[in-house]
Design a protein around this ligand. Structure first.
Ligand code: UD1
Length: 370
């Protein structure tokens, strides 16, 4: 059992995490449950295995060592999901959890939910109810299916309940608890540190950060070429720092990403370094889900290179704008020109640093009946 375990236990919860975006969501939930009479087990599926995408987060976020790492690794969707399911079934047979908690929308989330419900184990989904309504996104499929399977749906944003009830979900299964990733942001904000990286790159003055890893943007050479052209136009305005996920590296390099003088391509960063860079940026260009939320809370203009978002509250309440390859540079000009006094930002409800506590309360209540 994890260091978060409490030995006077009333129930045993297994958390499933697998990839970079899961870790800042799970950390506050595990910390909050450690103060309640719940024994916890932390299972890392091994979907992400590079130090920068995995262990670095455990070190920085005070996450307990996983009790087990299933070492599943990469593969096509079918292969990876099947490998995850086989490994998780073995894990659940051995540990027989009272309930399983899954996070976000990655393949590990879907695989764990599917295995657990078929073993008649209650499943809770943290970050339920988000919808892009774009079924070409693997994450959208994972969200829709996981939410049908889970018994407790913990939503980060009010529209989650509408999305879920429109899909026939019984609203009594839904609890609006807020955003645990923002707990992690607010807790660690004093430790954010980007200045060393900026100094190492020799950047003096304003810069933007760009992150790209969605299959639609980086898997094809045609898309990669269009992105590189758009980033080239942006780099005429200000230097760009691009911490690059391994997924996009090959196609973006072939399209010339590494050959531009004001585009600094670097390895993926740890949480504190990445958030430090974002906090100091004049703007952020991204296709990540989490970064849309983090920039909203930090008040940093965010340009999302996607035709849709499952997080519309970051547009209505925050700094986010959807952009495409053609208008990225002009939207960057607009974002840089807009007043940055933050007065137009309304931090979404319950993104207040206490979502982990609310999730822990909801889990404990639910486990008495589930
Ligand atoms: C996954 C999630 C995505 C999330 C992203 C965050 C799914 C379907 N996608 O995408 O929702 O936004 O994580 O980073 O679950 N690789 C490495 N080292 C690693 C892990 C992956 O080099 O530690 C490379 C491998 O070539 C692998 C590729 O990245 O094939 C994709 O990894 P995978 O976990 O399948 O999906 P991500 O693109 O990381």
């Amino acid at each position: 059992m994890t260091q978060a375990s409490n030995h006077s236990s009333t129930a045993s919860v297994t958390h499933i995490v697998g990839a970079r975006p899961n870790f800042p969501k799970a950390a506050p939930v595990i910390a909050a449950l450690a103060n309640r009479s719940v024994t916890q087990r932390l299972v890392h599926t091994g979907q992400h295995y590079d130090d920068a995408l995995s262990e670095a987060f455990f070190r920085e976020l005070d996450l307990p060592e996983p009790d087990v790492n299933l070492g599943v690794g990469s593969g096509s969707h079918a292969t990876q999901t099947a490998d995850l399911m086989r490994a998780l079934e073995t894990e659940f047979i051995a540990s027989n959890p009272r309930a399983v908690v899954v996070y976000g929308d990655i393949n590990s989330t879907l695989a764990a939910a599917l295995v657990a419900v078929k073993m008649e184990m209650p499943v809770a989904h943290v970050e339920a109810g988000l919808r892009s309504f774009d079924r070409t996104m693997p994450e959208e499929i994972n969200r829709v299916v996981t939410d049908q399977l889970a018994g407790l749906l913990l939503t980060t944003s009010p529209e989650g309940l509408t999305n879920l009830t429109n899909e026939g979900v019984d609203p009594t299964r839904v609890a609006f608890v807020g955003n645990p990733m923002i707990d992690t942001l607010l807790k660690n904000r004093p430790r954010f540190s980007g200045s060393e990286i900026i100094a190492r790159l020799g950047i003096d003055g304003a810069y933007a950060v760009a992150t790209l890893h969605r299959p639609a943007n980086v898997d094809s050479h045609a898309a990669a070429a269009q992105i590189v052209d758009a980033l080239r136009a942006c780099s005429d305005r200000l230097p760009l720092i691009v911490p690059l996920h391994p997924r996009g590296r090959q196609a973006l390099a072939a399209a010339g990403l590494d050959d531009m003088s004001r585009v600094f391509v670097i390895d993926p960063l740890s949480y504190l370094n990445f958030m430090g860079l974002v906090q100091g940026a004049a703007a952020v260009i991204t296709d990540s889900g989490g970064v849309q939320e983090e920039t909203t809370v930090l008040g940093i203009p965010c340009l999302t290179l996607r035709p849709n978002t499952e997080r519309p509250i970051t547009i209505t309440n925050g700094t986010n704008r959807l952009v495409d390859y053609e208008n990225l540079a002009t939207e960057l000009d607009r974002a840089l020109a807009r007043s940055q006094d933050g007065s137009q930002i309304q931090v979404p409800p319950l993104w207040d640093g206490h979502a982990g506590e609310r999730i822990a309360d909801a889990l404990v209540d639910w486990m008495t009946t589930a």
